[in-house]
Design a protein around this ligand. Structure first.
Ligand SMILES: C[S@@+](CC[C@H](N)C(=O)[O-])C[C@H]1O[C@@H](n2cnc3c(N)ncnc32)[C@H](O)[C@@H]1O
Length: 268
């Protein structure tokens, strides 16, 4: 049977949906490099099935340099997630703003884990057509800011909540209400996400929420503890290309640079 093709040609590049294509393309590109960090072959397969003006996208997202940002970011979150799932094989995973990311395929959790991928309804429709169904895997087509969908998620199991490349597109009040709602719903778990400094968010036309330090989010709920907040440059040594490895290494030595974009890990 021939795999179905997905038509993205009508998606405007000022639309937030477009951003998922950018990150998917970067992961796909990185998987084809000689010494990949993330090696997301599912992203490469997905890109082959999508119709889009990829030469134009290529010029916009500049994979030669930006592949490392998405690969390091996803690798860090994958490692944290795998660590959580090893300790909690009965977990519920909420992967918010999943886009077309193949995290569930990369981590391949045991069937004792229930995994929920959530994104806007039109993105979830694309996911349904792109990736195979699997047991204990659920798709939710809804806005993450809509409080209704959370009622359907079991609250009595350890929860792993991942939001990669999502929260900067919400406004501060929405992020705060979401975090409070999530922590209030579950008894225990972890919240993992990436975030940019407020000045960086202001530079992006779609950016709305920025974060300086995890303590800002800790203050939103008494059970939240920020346990790690590594800058995106932390794992510069993993970068195979000498020039970019040096660039990231230098950037890591400059506080204003390394703290412009970080990943955050909270327990609750
Ligand atoms: C930069 S993409 C990241 C996608 C994916 N996490 C990745 O790393 O490839 C941002 C994603 O957030 C989703 N998104 C933005 N606002 C949303 C909302 N209010 N509710 C659900 N998803 C949202 C977009 O549809 C898009 O898939």
């Amino acid at each position: 049977m021939r795999a179905e093709r997905l038509d993205f040609t009508g998606v405007a590049d000022d639309d937030v949906t477009w951003t998922l294509l950018g990150t998917l393309y970067l992961r796909a590109w990185e998987s084809g490099s000689r010494h990949p960090i993330l090696a997301d072959r599912h992203a490469a397969e997905a890109i082959r099935r999508i119709d889009y003006d990829f030469p134009k996208l290529h010029r916009r997202v500049r994979p030669e340099s930006n592949q490392y940002l998405v690969a390091l970011r996803a690798t860090q979150l994958d490692e944290w997630a795998a660590d959580f799932l090893r300790r909690h094989p009965d977990a519920v995973v909420l992967h918010l703003g999943c886009g077309l990311d193949s995290r569930v395929l990369r981590l391949d959790p045991p069937s004792t884990v229930d995994w929920y991928d959530l994104d806007q309804p039109e993105v979830i429709e694309l996911r349904r057509r792109l990736y195979p169904e699997r047991e204990h895997y659920h798709l939710i087509g809804a806005s993450v800011t809509d409080p209704a969908w959370l009622a359907g998620i079991p609250a009595d199991r350890p929860a792993l909540i991942i939001a990669e490349g999502l929260l900067p597109y919400l406004d501060g009040a929405e992020v705060r209400a979401l975090v409070q709602r999530l922590v209030g719903h579950f008894g225990t778990g972890e919240l993992q996400f990436d975030g940019g400094a407020p000045w960086l968010t202001r530079l992006s036309p779609l950016g709305r929420w920025g974060i300086r330090d995890g303590r800002e989010v800790e203050a939103w709920h008494p059970r939240l503890r920020c346990v790690e907040q590594p800058p995106f440059t932390t794992h510069w040594a993993k970068i195979p290309a000498r020039g970019y490895r040096l660039l990231y290494r230098l950037g890591h030595a400059i506080p204003g640079w390394r703290n412009m974009f970080r990943e955050f890990r909270f327990t609750f």
